[in-house]
Design a protein. Structure first.
Length: 398
């Protein structure tokens, strides 16, 4: 338990040993599950909860501040289980409490707790809750990073509870940013967290920053990582988010031809696809990338930033080759719909690689400009002309 300001306490838990979060995100510096108690003159609110695995120390932290039965409200800014997993057990320790959350959150929390009898108040954007000398104002912040997300603002103390927004998987045993021993490692964690959590939601990040710009505050209390304070890391974190979420400005559209080739046959098709894009009559920058010759993170970033793309794959053992699937595993599914794409490749005794990749892209609602182009072993001149035409169709779709 740590006192943040008068009547505001951090009661969450540290998990310094965690190295993987949500299956796909590395956490080299562990994480924290921040939860906050706000005590007004008349009422007490708990803001966000904790991971289920840390329920016992979490409950002890609450007891150091108040009798759990004196808590009147629970505010859930976001209902992902790392913020709500301990709620089902916590409710047994509480008296009559009302849960304040968004409309989407009201649905999620019933399924997370497997309870339909919860006392839930669905908050509206701008609605307030008076605790007596402390006012909680709820601000809609959808897709930061779930549809249920909200911010909670406490104007009397100039603090904003932002849940995941401006957070980081970082677990030094200090509550405030000005006590951090390794700020350079924190900044690395901040960037990694942004890329993994908020990268697909750039326009919502911009909207969230605009909402914060309208508030008067000197602290951000996130759900992971240190409390951010003015003149330490608060301005830095906001500036980083502003820069990372800024739209990429290009004079030309960007199309990328991704491929990998066992014997050079798929590469021959890829070259013609590239020529076709360049000769499509559109003003477009074209990049040509053998997937296995570049860092995969670099390839994934390029895949998610480009305006159109083509993927070339051979077929091995009745499927596309592993580097192609590894590339697609990092594809931003949120922003993929309607993006023009094409699939091509050479095969020998079976040719399932191209249709399998096409099926994956269609499931992500990408816009295939034509049916996948397949050539048997060494492409013929007709195959090469078709590849060039495929590239022209992809360029024309921009």
């Amino acid at each position: 338990m740590k006192r943040i300001k008068e009547g505001i306490y951090e009661v969450g838990a540290l998990n310094p040993a965690m190295r993987v979060f949500d299956i796909v995100m590395t956490t080299d510096y562990g994480t924290s599950y921040n939860s906050y108690l706000v005590k007004g003159q008349e009422k007490t609110a708990l803001i966000d909860v904790c991971h289920r695995s840390f329920f016992e120390p979490y409950l002890q932290n609450i007891r150091e501040v108040c009798d759990p039965k004196s808590i009147n409200y629970i505010v859930l800014n976001h209902n992902e289980p790392d913020h709500t997993g301990a709620l089902a057990e916590l409710l047994a320790e509480l008296g009559d409490v009302t849960i304040y959350t968004s409309q989407a959150g009201s649905i999620y929390i019933k399924n997370i707790t497997n309870r339909q009898d919860l006392s839930i108040h669905v908050v509206k954007d701008g609605e307030t809750l008076d605790l007596g000398g402390k006012t909680l104002k709820f601000i809609s912040a959808p897709f930061l990073h779930w549809p249920d997300s909200i911010f909670t603002y406490l104007p009397e103390d100039k603090v904003v509870f932002t849940c995941d927004f401006l957070g980081a998987h970082y677990a030094e045993p200090y509550t405030f940013d000005y006590n951090m021993a390794y700020p350079e490692k924190y900044e690395k964690a901040l960037h990694n967290y942004y890329d993994a959590i908020f990268g697909p939601f750039q326009k919502y990040v911009q909207a969230g920053l605009q909402k914060l710009d309208a508030l008067d505050f000197d602290m951000v209390l996130p759900s992971h990582g240190p409390v951010l304070t003015t003149d330490t890391m608060l301005e830095t974190a906001i500036a980083r988010y502003r820069g990372w979420s800024a739209p990429v400005q290009r004079e030309e559209k960007l199309a990328v031809v991704f491929y990998t080739s066992a014997y050079g046959n798929t590469k021959r098709l890829a070259v013609e696809v590239m020529h076709g894009i360049r000769e499509s009559g559109k003003k477009v920058e074209v990049r040509f990338c053998d997937i296995i010759e570049h860092p995969m993170e670099e390839m994934r970033q390029l895949l998610n930033e480009c305006d159109a793309f083509a993927i070339g794959t051979p077929t091995i053992n009745r499927d596309a080759v592993p580097p192609v699937w590894e590339l697609l595993a990092g594809m931003d599914a949120v922003n993929s719909p309607k993006r023009p794409c094409a699939v091509f490749g050479s095969f020998g005794w079976s040719g399932e690689g191209c249709p399998n990749v096409a099926a994956r892209l269609q499931s992500l609602k990408c816009a295939l400009v034509e049916e996948p182009l397949r050539a048997t072993f060494v492409p013929t001149q007709e195959d090469l002309e078709k590849a060039k035409a495929l590239g022209a169709a992809l360029g024309a779709a921009l």
